[in-house]
Ligand binder design. Structure first.
Ligand code: SF4
Length: 393
């Protein structure tokens, strides 16, 4: 493509023609940090030659910036966001799914099951609804391919023991909530992510000083965004155990006492721990007392939750799932009308503490002698007394 359209590095970095690609690349990079669903599909035109050029070269430009950032965490995040975008496109791109799948998976076949089912009327188009669209295809992939990919995906439907294997192939059954094609796209996402990340890490070594200087502006933008994200996290990381909301403390205490906390509560605790940047080992340790504790399974699940940075559930869902222990009057903060999320609870506690500290500091400063007053009589040990004496004068 680059040869055909005579696009070289200079054109990509500074050329007028590639301006659109660079703009789109910036959006892709910001999306990978800001959006929970990865790089947005909207805005990317892949149906015209010009649109395809913009999309393709915006990816290359974004990769150059990611490599120049020399930040492996960012590279991993960007690769994840790009792979999520690819999954969304492939889930609904019946024509190209097979072609792409064959480049990543060594053994794959399909059968036609039944006539395609139309999208349910009124169904909002998002990744979840896209997964429900049945196209009448039933995919099967080789056992070795499946074993390589599936450990990276959580959820019981992906466990090999829950899958049907016929003649060395795993059948990706159509489910009402998850079509066979969508399952194939989900598996491909893992492969795509790994490839993007590995290639970017390799290319990091090829970034010369000259290239780094030319990419300083977009790299600076990424570093600033990363720093902002980090400071948001640090503010919460400062939260000590006393700042935790009652729901979190209750779940930790119950697990400690061997109570079988429900799935919702466990997911909440792990996602809160990830948001508060508690060490993963501490989070695994919370589950130590659970009746069904298995260290390797818990570590795997905790790793997954930390990697995907799930947002912890709000009070409404916690109440619905019997994970909120407070009744009206039990906790003043929980009683406040705007208290609808445990993270708000922590922020409110921290703000309150900070205010108290400020008041304490001001009081201390007021109590301290003003410079010069002690020199009036350096033998006096009590600054309050000293202050008082001067006032009397
Ligand atoms: S009201 Fe919200 S923050 Fe308070 S304990 Fe219940 S779920 Fe947690």
């Amino acid at each position: 493509m680059a040869g055909q359209h005579q696009i070289d590095l200079d054109e990509l970095l500074e050329g007028q023609w590639m301006e659109k690609s660079r703009q789109r690349a910036r959006l892709r990079l910001v999306d990978s940090l800001e959006s929970k669903e990865g790089v947005t599909v909207v805005g990317g035109d892949i149906f015209t030659e010009e649109g395809r050029l913009t999309e393709a070269f915006s990816f290359y430009y974004a990769r150059l910036v990611a490599c120049s950032s020399e930040d492996e965490r960012f590279v991993a995040r960007w690769a994840q966001a790009e792979a999520e975008r690819a999954e969304r496109i492939l889930t609904s791109d019946k024509d190209n799914l097979e072609r792409i799948a064959r480049t990543y998976i060594s053994e794959i076949s399909k059968t036609i099951e039944a006539g395609p089912t139309a999208t349910r009327p009124g169904l909002r188009f998002n990744q979840k609804s896209a997964r429900q669209i049945q196209d009448g295809l039933l995919w099967k992939i080789g056992l070795s391919d499946y074993i390589e990919i599936c450990p990276k995906i959580t959820g019981s439907r992906w466990r090999l023991s829950n899958c049907k294997v016929v003649n060395g192939q795993v059948i990706l059954f159509n489910e009402q909530q998850y079509s066979s094609s969508a399952k194939l796209a989900r598996l491909l996402r893992e492969k795509i992510k790994r490839d993007i990340e590995q290639e970017a890490l390799k290319k990091m070594n090829d970034i010369t000083t000259d290239l780094a200087v030319r990419l300083a502006e977009p790299v600076g933008m990424i570093r600033n965004l990363m720093a902002n994200k980090a400071s948001e996290a640090i503010a919460l990381v400062g939260a000590d155990e006393n700042d935790w909301p009652p729901c979190m403390r209750k779940i930790v205490a119950e697990l400690e006492n061997g109570v079988n906390v429900n799935h919702f509560g466990r997911l909440f605790l792990a996602s809160m721990s990830a948001t508060l940047a508690l060490p993963k080992e501490s989070c695994v340790g919370f589950f130590n007392g659970a009746p069904d504790f298995d260290e390797s399974t818990t570590t795997y699940q905790v790793n997954h939750i930390y990697e995907h940075a799930y947002t912890p559930s709000g009070c409404g869902k916690l109440k619905l799932n019997h994970n909120c222990p407070v009744l009206p009057g039990d906790d003043r903060l929980c009683d406040i009308s705007w208290m609808d999320h445990p993270l708000k609870y922590i922020r409110a506690t921290q703000r309150w503490k900070a205010k108290n500290q400020q008041v304490e500091q001001t009081t201390r400063q007021d109590d301290e002698p003003i410079s010069g007053e002690t020199s009036v009589d350096s033998t006096q040990n009590n600054p309050v007394e000293s202050n008082g004496n001067n006032q009397n004068n």
